[in-house]
Write a protein that binds this ligand. Structure first.
Ligand SMILES: Nc1ncnc2c1ncn2[C@@H]1O[C@H](COP(=O)(O)OP(=O)(O)O)[C@@H](O)[C@H]1O
Ligand SMILES: [Mg+2]
Length: 339
């Protein structure tokens, strides 16, 4: 086990239920342990020590979790204890299991929508209390383009060793091309590039089935490190195109229709026309990250990433076409993905 967890147990938990400490094999960021102590069935989350990351992940997650509970949400986790200095927090363990991609049905999507709507509604009553934005929240179209451009440049600048040629060709010929084509198109569309995005909602940000558990057919949500105020269209875009949330076209249309009519905020739907292609580039780049590194550093994952990224872009292309067609988005239609 890890020294830090021993220290936390000694200093905070005291005696623990025998055999109850288990490391949870989790995502890319945090170290998470399940533990039983003093009658608690709990989760200890250790936050990463990254000097380049200035965001107070622990502070946001703890504050946001408390806020949702205070506002009456039942399907999120209560904070038991938080220690900012030692960078850990303890939460009540939620019930249930991870839902597998092939088990996700349209009723699960509608439950996800209900959760988004509840958080949106909570935003109305915590306007003065909650004063932080979601991570990478931008409220001007140009800023969204700038941030993705920066990511592309950064990834291109990395030393990719033996995989350099394949990766850089894919990034330049595919991702950068989609980016440039889209940006040119947006620049040519009346005032779109400099448009301010006024539609805001409170958002948990990293939303999806990857951050939820299912118990007795009900979803429970956690992982609010990136939460805060966000552009509403960004929240919807991330829900639809997060590579881990495979969604069928007709379900995506239902999700958009529900959110368009029920989210309490200014209009955001028109902006899906540039956001979906733009953010599919970001998701490709994010999927290049593996625990403490990049796929190109790992022999077994290196080429699989390119194949998966290609498949993902093809899926986004089909989804994007279906959404544009259904919503009759008045963007001079261009096939950004097949260039
Ligand atoms: N409150 C909780 N109850 C039950 N399991 C949890 C809870 N919080 C986290 N987990 C488990 O730990 C894993 C990682 O936690 P998460 O908050 O998503 O961290 P990360 O920021 O690394 O994605 C989750 O996928 C889940 O299995
Ligand atoms: Mg997570």
């Amino acid at each position: 086990m890890n020294n830090q967890i021993d220290k936390i147990i000694n200093e905070h938990c005291g005696s623990i239920e025998k055999g109850s400490l288990k490391r949870i094999d989790s995502g890319n960021n945090s170290d998470v342990y399940a533990i039983k102590y003093k009658g608690y069935n709990a989760i200890i989350k250790l936050y990463p020590n990254d000097e380049n990351d200035t965001r107070d992940r622990l502070g946001v997650e703890v504050d946001f979790s408390k806020m949702l509970i205070e506002e009456g949400l039942k399907n999120t986790s209560r904070v038991i204890h938080a220690n900012k200095k030692e960078k850990y927090a303890i939460f009540h363990k939620l019930p249930g299991n991870k839902i597998k991609a092939n088990e996700i049905r349209s009723n699960h999507w509608l439950e996800l929508v209900e959760f988004v709507l509840e958080v949106n509604k909570i935003g109305l009553s915590v306007k003065d209390r909650c004063n932080y934005n979601a991570s990478e929240a931008f409220f001007c179209v140009k800023e969204h383009f700038d941030s993705i451009e920066q990511r592309l440049k950064y990834i291109l600048s990395l030393d990719k060793g033996n995989s350099k040629i394949e990766y850089d060709i894919f990034i330049q010929r595919k991702l950068l091309k989609i980016f440039n084509n889209l940006k040119e198109h947006v620049l040519q569309t009346n005032h779109l590039y400099n448009k301010l995005l006024i539609s805001k909602t409170l958002s948990v940000s990293d939303i999806g089935f990857h951050n939820s558990l299912i118990y007795k057919n009900k979803l429970y949500f956690y992982d609010f490190e990136y939460a805060g105020w966000d552009f509403s269209g960004k929240l919807v875009t991330d829900m639809l195109i997060n590579p881990r949330n495979l969604i069928r076209e007709e379900v995506a249309i239902n999700v958009i229709t529900e959110l368009e009519s029920r989210l309490i905020c200014d209009k955001w739907i028109e902006d899906l026309k540039w956001m979906i292609p733009l953010y599919s580039i970001k998701w490709c780049l994010i999927s290049m990250r593996i625990r403490k590194g990049y796929t190109f550093e790992d022999k077994t994952q290196g080429y699989i990433w390119i194949k998966n990224a290609n498949n993902y872009l093809n899926r986004c292309n089909l989804l994007y076409k279906a959404i544009c067609k259904h919503l009759k988005l008045d963007f001079e239609f261009r096939d950004f993905y097949t260039i």
